[in-house]
Design a protein around this ligand. Structure first.
Ligand SMILES: C[S@@+](CC[C@H](N)C(=O)[O-])C[C@H]1O[C@@H](n2cnc3c(N)ncnc32)[C@H](O)[C@@H]1O
Length: 381
C-alpha cells in the first residue's frame, strides 16, 4: 500500500464514523450514493441504516439525496437481546463509549451556533417488539447522558441547535449526534403538496436508478406534485456540463399540474402539461428515461382491477420510450405491472421492496430492448 494512501486511511480512521437513516428498502441505493458521490466507505448496512466513514467530514455530507438523516456515530450495537439487559447497555454505552467532546466539536464545525443560547433535544425511537417500553429505553439513554451535556445547554422541544438520537430497530441500536436538519428529508422546493405525493428521498432513489445522462429527455407521465422531476432537475444541476437534460411531465388532474408548476417553476425549466397518460401527446421513441409512480390501488385492489390501467399505460410507455431506454417504476401491484409489460420484452434489471404510505411496494428498473438486438441490458451501478 502506498505511503500517501496509508496516511489518508490512518487519518480517516481518527474521524468519527457516520451513519445515515434511510427509508426502509433504500439502504443499498443510499450506500451507492455515499460511495460514488462522497467517496465514502460503507461499513455496514441494516434495515433503514447505513454506517460509513469519510476521509473528511464537512458540509458535503448534507448534500446526500437518498438519506433521511445523517449522524456522527456515538455508538452502535447489533446484538440487542430484547430483554431488560439492553437498558443497561443503553445507559453504560451512552455514558462511557463515545468521545462526546470530539463529536460535539465536529457537530459545531458543520452547524456553528449563529445566535442565542446553546440548546439541545434528545430523540429516542424504537421499532419492533422488545421486552421494555420506548420510555424505558429513553430513560436509560437520558441517564447515560447525565454527565455528558455541558452546563449551560438548555433542553428544548423544537429547533434545537444540537440533537442526540437513539434509534432502536429490532436487534440493532445506533446512537449519534444529528448533522442534518429537516430539509434533508423534506426539501425546500416542496412548498405545495398533493395527497399520495412521494417522499423526496424515494424520488431521489428513482432518479439515481434511472442513470440520467446529459442531453437525455426524461418523462414523468403522472407527475403529481412533481417530486420526481424536482429530484431529476436537482441531479442534472449538480452534475454540470454536457447538454442540458430535457424534463417533461404531466398529470390528468389540473390541480396536480398547478401544484407541480408552482413547485418546479422556482427551480428550472420543465415542460408540464395536463394530459391522460394513456394517450400522451409525445412522439414515438422520444424519451430516454421514464420514471413513474402510478396511482396506488386501494388497499384491497386486485390485479384484475388495476390491470386495465397498467395495460393502457404500458402500451403508451413502450411507444414513447426509445429502444435501449430505461424505465423506473414504483407500484404496489408489481405482478400486474409485469403482466402489463410482458408483451414488450422489457427486462427487469433491478428490483427493491419498499414501504410507501405504509404499504408494501416494488421499485423496479426496466430496460427496453434495442430492436432486433439480443444484447444483454447494461449493468446498473
Ligand atoms: C401516486 S400519484 C403520483 C405522485 C407523484 N409522484 C408525486 O410525488 O407527487 C399518481 C398521480 O397519477 C395521476 N393520474 C391518475 N390517472 C392518470 C392518468 N390517466 N393520466 C395522467 N395522470 C394520472 C394522479 O392525478 C396522481 O397525481
Amino acid at each position: 500500500m502506498g505511503h500517501a494512501r496509508r496516511k489518508r486511511e490512518e487519518s480517516a480512521a481518527e474521524l468519527p464514523a457516520l451513519y445515515a437513516l434511510t427509508h426502509d428498502g433504500l439502504e443499498r441505493v443510499a450506500a451507492d450514493e455515499i460511495t460514488q458521490d462522497l467517496h465514502g466507505e460503507v461499513k455496514k448496512t441494516a434495515r433503514g441504516l447505513v454506517v460509513f466513514r469519510l476521509s473528511q467530514i464537512d458540509e458535503s455530507v448534507l448534500s446526500l439525496r437518498t438519506t433521511e438523516d445523517v449522524f456522527l456515530l456515538a455508538w452502535g450495537s447489533d446484538t440487542l437481546t430484547y430483554r431488560a439487559a439492553d437498558l443497561d447497555l443503553f445507559r453504560q454505552w451512552t455514558a462511557r463509549k463515545p468521545d462526546w467532546p470530539a463529536l460535539f466539536r465536529w457537530h459545531h464545525q458543520i452547524r456553528p451556533l449563529r445566535r442565542g443560547k446553546p440548546t439541545f433535544h434528545l430523540v429516542c425511537q424504537m421499532q419492533g417488539e422488545h421486552g421494555y417500553r420506548r420510555v424505558d429505553a429513553e430513560e436509560a439513554f437520558r441517564a447515560g447522558l447525565r454527565h455528558v451535556l455541558p452546563a449551560g445547554w438548555y433542553e428544548v422541544d423544537e429547533n434545537a441547535w444540537l440533537e442526540i438520537w437513539l434509534t432502536i430497530h429490532g436487534k440493532t441500536a445506533v446512537c449519534g449526534v444529528r448533522l442534518s436538519d429537516r430539509t434533508m428529508r423534506h426539501r425546500t422546493y416542496k412548498q405545495e403538496h398533493i395527497a399520495a405525493s412521494l417522499r423526496p428521498t424515494v424520488a431521489a432513489a428513482m432518479v439515481r436508478l434511472a442513470g440520467i445522462a446529459p442531453g437525455m429527455t426524461v418523462l414523468d407521465p403522472m407527475c403529481g406534485a412533481g417530486t420526481i422531476l424536482a429530484e431529476a432537475l436537482t441531479l442534472a444541476r449538480q452534475r454540470k456540463g454536457g447538454a442540458p437534460v430535457r424534463l417533461l411531465g404531466g398529470d390528468i388532474d389540473p390541480h396536480a399540474v398547478f401544484v407541480s408548476t408552482q413547485n418546479l417553476g422556482r427551480m428550472g425549466p420543465v415542460g408540464l402539461a395536463r394530459w391522460d397518460a394513456r394517450s400522451l401527446p409525445l412522439a414515438d421513441a422520444s424519451v430516454d428515461r421514464l420514471l413513474c409512480n402510478p396511482p396506488f390501488g386501494k388497499q384491497l385492489a386486485s390485479v384484475e382491477e388495476i390491470l386495465p390501467l397498467y395495460t393502457a399505460l404500458a402500451r403508451e410507455w413502450n411507444r414513447v420510450l426509445k429502444p435501449g431506454g430505461r424505465a423506473v417504476l414504483l407500484v404496489m401491484e408489481h405482478q400486474a405491472l409485469s403482466m402489463a409489460l410482458s408483451p414488450f420484452r422489457w427486462t427487469t434489471v433491478r428490483r427493491l421492496a419498499l414501504r410507501v404510505l405504509g404499504q408494501p411496494c416494488t421499485l423496479s428498473v426496466w430496460h427496453k430492448p434495442l430492436e432486433e438486438s439480443t444484447l444483454p441490458p447494461p449493468a446498473i451501478a
